[in-house]
Design a binder for this molecule. Structure first.
Ligand SMILES: [Mg+2]
Length: 241
């Protein structure tokens, strides 16, 4: 068991995709739902582009619209609209296509350890979420576990920008140094969370080696059950204000 950080942890922030659920099966299903919607309502676009073709349009738009780098949702919307327009369909159809995508995007399947851990931790700590993706915990049905949620597309800033971490700490009423940020991404969660002044726990489900020049995080767990056991052992007592 790693040693306890010097400061007691008074609040926890969580990344979403790949920390609480696998994201790629969900994205693949959502892209399929979007494509089926387009096949029905925008047949010229479906004739011109395959699913892979739509991905290429998105990559192309991403290279031009650098301002959308923080907002994968807007990037997908804008590129879908571009594909509709180029194929001669009504670009306004983007709204229906987008709804089809987002409906499926919120149908995530949490890792088996995720919900039991969150339910346990929500009784002891104020929790918040910080995501660069477009999963919405309220639509997913787990919003009651969190006091605040920070989505890059809504905030206009994304990880690794320290401001999104600081907004979350503010919302939880604690200094960044009293927050434990939990996430799977070595750059966007571990290194960025640490740079924002937080304690960080790397959720390393794949058993990957640490491959950055900067030191590995003091805390690394294979899943959230292990994180709960560590918190139980090192951070005793209720923490709710
Ligand atoms: Mg992630």
């Amino acid at each position: 068991v790693p040693p306890a950080p010097a400061l007691p942890i008074r609040a926890i922030t969580f990344d979403l995709d790949e920390t609480l659920w696998p994201v790629w099966p969900t994205i693949v299903r959502a892209e399929k739902a979007l494509y089926e919607w387009i096949s029905t309502h925008a047949p010229s676009t479906a004739r011109r582009y395959t699913i892979e073709g739509l991905r290429q349009v998105r990559d192309e738009v991403a290279r031009i619209r650098l301002d959308l780098a923080h907002d994968v949702a807007e990037l997908r919307r804008v590129s879908t609209m571009a594909a509709l327009e180029r194929a001669g369909d009504d670009p306004e159809l983007v709204h229906g296509a987008w709804e089809a995508f987002m409906r499926e995007r919120q149908r995530v399947e949490p890792f088996p350890d995720a919900l039991p851990a969150l339910e346990t931790l929500a009784r002891r700590f104020p929790l918040a979420t910080i995501t660069n993706g477009n999963a919405d915990v309220n639509l997913i049905g787990i919003g009651h576990l969190f006091r605040a949620n920070f989505m890059a597309g809504v905030e206009g800033i994304a990880k690794p920008d320290p401001r999104i971490f600081h907004r979350a700490a503010d919302a939880l009423g604690v200094a960044p140094g009293a927050v434990l940020h939990v996430g799977d991404d070595t750059a966007l969660d571990v290194i960025a969370g640490r740079a924002a002044g937080m304690h960080v726990a790397w959720i390393n489900r794949g058993g990957h080696a640490w491959d950055h020049d900067v030191p590995a995080p003091e805390l690394a767990f294979t899943d959230l059950a292990e994180l709960v056991r560590w918190l139980d052992a090192t951070q005793p007592g209720p923490r709710h204000d």
